[in-house]
Each structure stands twice: as C-alpha cells, then as structure tokens.
Design a protein around this ligand. Structure first.
Ligand SMILES: Cc1cc2nc3c(=O)[nH]c(=O)nc-3n(C[C@H](O)[C@H](O)[C@H](O)COP(=O)(O)O)c2cc1C
Length: 116
C-alpha cells in the first residue's frame, strides 16, 4: 500500500528492489489525494527508475466506463515512463462486481510474487 505519509519520491528513487502499488480512482478518473504528492513529485523530477521493478493493483468501478481504473493506469504509465519494469499484468479490480477485493488482490499477489 502506498500513501504519502509512508513513501516519498526519495524512497522510490533509493529503492533497489520491487514496489507494489495499490491505487484506486477518485473523482472523474483522478488519482486519490494520498498518492498525488508522490505522483506530482515523480512527474516533476523525473528520476531514473530503471533499477526498479513494480506491480500495480488498480481499484475502480466499471460503471465509470471511460475512466475505469484510470488512477492505477496513470501511475503505471508514469513508472513505465521513468524506466521502471512492470512485472506481470496490472490487476484491475471492479468494485461493481467484486465484493471481496482483498481476496482477489491476495490471489493475484501470490502469482505476482512468483514472477519476481
Ligand atoms: C466519488 C467517486 C468517484 C469515483 N470515480 C471513479 C472513476 O472515475 N473510475 C473508476 O474506475 N472508479 C471510480 N470510483 C470507484 C472507486 O475507485 C472504487 O470504489 C474503489 O474501490 C475505491 O477505493 P478506495 O476507497 O480505497 O479509494 C469512484 C468512487 C467514488 C466514490
């Protein structure tokens, strides 16, 4: 889980391993408030993250159609543009049809860890 109080751009830049990002979507396809400071700082300073591997769990709701999971897609695109290597496919969890997002995420994470 990423929150602005737990992880900073310096943490990401210093990291020599793996990051698993979990990000929902708020507003009309917008990033949640707690990840925006991290996103903005990385987008502004554009550090080289080619040493980093990452995964993305995106939370959304299909009823938002065109902005489904856009928060997770946005952060995924940023990390990729900074040279980080995504491991596996992005998980997109639909709150509309999935009453147990934690369980879906856990099942996915077990597979994801095996790819590292
Ligand atoms: C006001 C509001 C706006 C939302 N906008 C979107 C959206 O644009 N796209 C999307 O896929 N999901 C959207 N969602 C659904 C949330 O991303 C989804 O319910 C998610 O599981 C919320 O997780 P969180 O409470 O941990 O942030 C929205 C939910 C709310 C309440």
């Amino acid at each position: 889980m990423v929150t602005d109080s737990l992880i900073t751009p310096q943490d990401v830049d210093a990291e020599r391993g793996v990051v698993l990002i979990c990000c929902s979507t708020h507003g009309e396809g917008e990033l949640p408030e707690n990840i925006r400071p991290l996103y903005d700082a990385l987008a502004r300073t554009r550090p080289d993250l080619s040493h980093l591997r990452y995964g993305v769990i995106a939370l959304g709701d299909q009823s938002y159609r065109e902005t489904f999971c856009r928060g997770g897609k946005t952060i995924d695109a940023l990390f990729a543009s900074l040279g980080a290597e995504r491991i596996g496919e992005r998980l997109e969890i639909d709150a509309c049809t999935q009453p147990l997002p934690d369980e879906e995420a856990l099942d996915w994470a077990k597979e994801w860890v095996s790819l590292l």
